[in-house]
Design a protein around this ligand. Sequence first.
Ligand code: PLP
Ligand code: COI
Length: 338
Amino acid sequence: MNIDWKSMPFGYYKTKVNVRSCFRDGEWGEIEVSESEEVSMHMAATSLHYGQEAFEGMKAFTGKDGKIRIFRWEENSRRLQHSASGVLMQEVPDELFREAITKVVQLNREFVPPYGHGAAFYLRPLLIGTGPQVGIQPAKEYLFLVFGTPVGPYFREGFNPVKIQIARDFDRAAPLGTGTFKVGGNYAASLKALKRGRDEGYSSVLFLDAKEKKYIDECGPANFFGIKDNTYITPESTSILASITNKSLITLAEDMGMKVERRKVPIEELETFDEVGACGTAAVITPIGKITDRDTGKEYHYCPDGKPGPVTTKLYQTLTGIQLGEVEDRYGWNLIVE
Ligand code: PLP
Ligand code: COI
């Protein structure tokens, strides 16, 4: 196999197999290994009509020692359960989740990027309602599927400052809506804003809180953070996804002797940060160099020398160091796949 690991995009790359389990007659079935890239289901399946679907995004890495590590799988499993409960789907038990992700890695080993190329093996667990309903009701049958694909950086800039656009004229999720669930509808709601932002030269968009348009909410497919006065500040909101990367950075920032504040972040505060960034599994830590408010034309500038700031850099090195087995995994975040 001849894969150019160094220039991998963040996209779909066919691997050998995926794994599946069906919930039917009140129980989850045995895990099946499949070579098919397709899913066949009833045309009245609830995932197709009523948005009964949720997914996860997580990564496996080949470490310096050649071992493959999956990062914080229990957190993703718990979050999929949270998303499932949010749209009344059958929850996937931790054991099934763990067995499925482990199998996908083991059976696709040759597609897990080797150490040292900046690429990772992205795992995409997916849960969908497959049973038919015409009235608005939850399905009785579900499919849990996990596929994997080797990926490079989500933002083509890699660990370099990106430009972000504030899109006030779109809401990603409502305060009492589905924002905390990783369900497809939230991504559907963000597509137009993201496409326009990209067309206008930005890597991603920053959504404000939908009710008051006063506070920073979600940063495209990532959480937002700002750094000032030795403090790591990240929005508290009922409409953002609880990022596992953000949770990890909070721990690492505290380890670095920083204060942490999870609270509402008013838009005006953007003026006061020394460093700002976006974080997520795909985005890793993406430093932000410029934020433009599309409606007011106001610009906020960071990274004056064109490079990521010192705190963002240290957080990035520590996080990726743990994932790659270069920095001690003090909290037991990695699952080593034998
Ligand atoms: N917010 C949204 C909307 C996302 O899609 C993601 C990606 O999963 C994140 C935040 C970051 O979450 P995590 O760090 O768990 O990948
Ligand atoms: C992730 O970071 O895993 C995501 O889910 C982002 C994605 C939707 C591309």
